[in-house]
Design a protein around this ligand. Sequence first.
Ligand code: GLC
Ligand code: CA
Length: 550
Amino acid sequence: MARNRWYKDMVFYQIWPRSFKDGNGDGMGDLWGVLEKLDYIKSLGCDGIWFSPIYPSPGADCGYDIADYMDIAAEFGGMEAFRKVLEGVHERGMKLIMDLVVNHTSDEHEWFQKSRKRIEPYTDYYIWRDAKPDGKLPNNWDSNFEGKAWTWDEERGQYYLHLFAVKQPDLNMDNPLVREEVKKILRFWLDMGVDGFREDVITYISKKEGLPDDHLFPIYKGMPNYNHGPHIHEYLSEFKRDVFDHYDCFTLAEAPLVWPKQALKYIDEKTGQIDMMIQFQCQCADCLFTDYMPTKFSLTRMKKAFSDWQYKLAGRAWNMLYLENHDHPRIISRYGSEQFWAQSGKTLAASYLFQQGTPFLYQGQEIGMLNWRPHDPDMYEDVQTRYTYAHSNLKKSPAVRLQKMWRSSRDSARTLVQWDDSPNAGFTTAEKPWFYVNENYTRINVAAQENDPDSILNFYREAIRLRKSLPVVRHGVYKEHFASDSKLYIYSRAMKGEKLLVICSYSNDPVAMRVPAGFDLKNAELILTNYKTQGKLLQPYECRVYHWKK
Ligand code: GLC
Ligand code: CA
C-alpha cells in the first residue's frame, strides 16, 4: 500500500512536559498546561507534537525510565488529561507522537521486579550475567551516563546491564516475549489514536552475541558492540510488519552515532523499517563525539554535516531537521551569540528551516531561550550532568567546572519555558516550581515577543509559513555554496525554475556578501531577513532568503 507520508509536510514541536506549562498550580508542568497552549503551538505553524515521556516513572532520568508503558503519570494529569490533549490536537488538524523507550525500563517496572526474583516469564526479560570467576564485571562496557554498564543485584545474585543510569536496566530484546510486549505497547497507543513514535536510542536494542569486551572505543566503551547491533533490522522489520504497517502512523528513530550510509539501511523509503532518523552529527559542530567534550564551534563542520545528510538522503529518504532538543544545550549559546541574541537566533532558524526534511522545534527555541547558569552544581538535576560534574575536571577551579557544565549540560535547556515576565515566568502559579527559571525571563519571554513583529518568535512563524507555502522547500534540490567559507552558510534549493537562496552569516563583524554564480539577485524577491536594511556587507548574523518564481 502506497503511503501518503504526511509527515513530509509538517513541522513538529517537541514538548518536554515537566518544564512546558503547569496547568494545576503544583509547580510541575503537565498536560492541562499543554491543553492551554495548543493554540499557541498551532500559531507557530507547527502541526505535530512530540511528547518526551509522560508515563509513570520514578524520574531517575526525567521520565526516560518508565515504570508503566500503558498509562500516563498522575502528575501530568493521567489518562483523562491525555485523552483531552489528543482530542484537542486532532481537532486542530495536528498530529501527536509519543516517545517509545524500549531499550530499557525503570528498575521499578514490574517486569524488572519479577525478573530479579526469577518469576516466569520475566526471568529473561533483562540482560543478567554472573560475575566473572575472578569476581570482575561481565565485560568492560561503560554506561552512557554513570560509570560502568553493570550493577550487582543482591536479590538475583547477578549483574544486570544498563547502558544508561543504574535505574535503567536494559531489556533483552532477543527474547521474543519482550518483542511481543513492545508490540502490545505500540498497539495500545495507536489504537487510542496516537499518530506515531519517536523511538529512543532504538539503535542500541540488539547487543552483539556473547557481549564481548570492546577494544575499539576509548570512551563509551562497548558502543560498537551494541549500536546498530546484529539483529537490529530484523527486530525493526518485525515491529513494522506486525504493527506499523497496519496503521497510518510514522516513526522516528534516535541514533546517537550514525552516518548517512548507515542511516539508509533504516530509512530508505523502499527498503527501510522506519521513516526518519534523529542523527547527532549536526550537534557535533562544537564538541567531539558528545556535548561533554566541548571544542570551539566550527561553522564548516556544521555545514558539512547538514549538507552530507541533504545530499546523501536526497531521493531515497527523508531528513529530520533540528537544532535543539532536551539533550543538548541551547543553540544560540552554542552556535550563535548571546551578544547578537535576536540576530543569531534568526540566522540559526533560517539555516535549517529551508532545508529538505521535516523540521522540529524544541520548546523555548522559538523565543531564543538561552543556556541557564546555576551558581551551585547542586542545582543540577540531570543524572548525566551530576555524574559528569562529580567525575571530571576535578583539578579545575569551581568557576571553570561550572562554566563547562553551562556549556554542556542537558539542564541548560531544561529550565521552565518563559511565558511572560511574572514570577516564575508565568510557568506556574505555585511559589516553588520543580525546577529553575532562567534569570533572563523578564527580557526573554513569549508575551514580550507576541506583538513585536521583529521578534525571534515572529521570525519563526514567518519562516514556517514561507516554508509551507513554497513547493521548492519540499521538493527542490539542495546545494551548498562556498563550503569552505568559515563565516557564511549559503545554500540553495531549486526545482523547475523556482529557486531559493539562503545566506546566513555567523560572524560578529560585518562580512562581504557572497552570491553564487547563476543567482541574479536583481530578479529575486527578498522574502525573509533579520535586518531592516540590506547593504553590500552582511551585518553580524545577518540572514537573507531570496526567492525566484518560476
Ligand atoms: C535518549 C533520550 C535521553 C535519555 C536517553 C536514555 O538519548 O533523548 O533524554 O536520557 O535516551 O533513555
Ligand atoms: Ca502541574
